[in-house]
Design a protein around this ligand. Structure first.
Ligand code: NI
Length: 137
């Protein structure tokens, strides 16, 4: 079994905000990230898949195919967007790094299930100091 990772990048605006809480409670919980006028991040997304190396091609999955799936299902929808209001698969979600990777996993898994590769790990780097990882459970 070989693990293969592809990095893609996107820039997005967002705000951490729970509509069930008051403005004061949101400020208490999320600090500056609750700023009503949004803020942005340059995200690094690392998608790791696993699979057997095909003896004919020498690869687990064609990297062009993997990149295309990530671009179509994720990057095109998130890049230069507001994550709170513009992304179909993030509707009614608190757009924390944690929730974003779980949502991205679901989007990618559907497409990757049609390929020889299996989704193994997603890592999303939000800032130099903060990132989250998800393994599907
Ligand atoms: Ni933020």
């Amino acid at each position: 079994m070989v693990y293969l990772t592809r990095r893609e990048r996107f820039n997005s605006a967002h705000r951490l905000f729970n509509p069930k809480l008051t403005d004061e409670e949101n400020n208490e919980l999320y600090g500056k990230c609750a700023n009503p006028n949004w803020h942005g991040h340059n995200y690094d997304l690392f998608v790791t898949v696993k699979g057997e190396v095909d003896p004919e091609t020498g690869v687990v999955i064609n990297l062009k195919d993997l990149s295309q799936i990530i671009k179509t299902k994720v990057i095109d929808k998130l890049d230069h967007r507001n994550l709170n209001v513009e992304v179909d698969f993030l509707q009614n979600t608190i757009v924390s790094t944690e929730n974003i990777i779980v949502a991205i996993w679901k989007e990618l898994q559907v497409e990757l299930d049609k390929t020889p590769a299996r989704l193994s790990k997603i890592k999303l780097v939000e800032t130099e100091n903060n990132f989250a990882e998800y393994y599907g459970d």
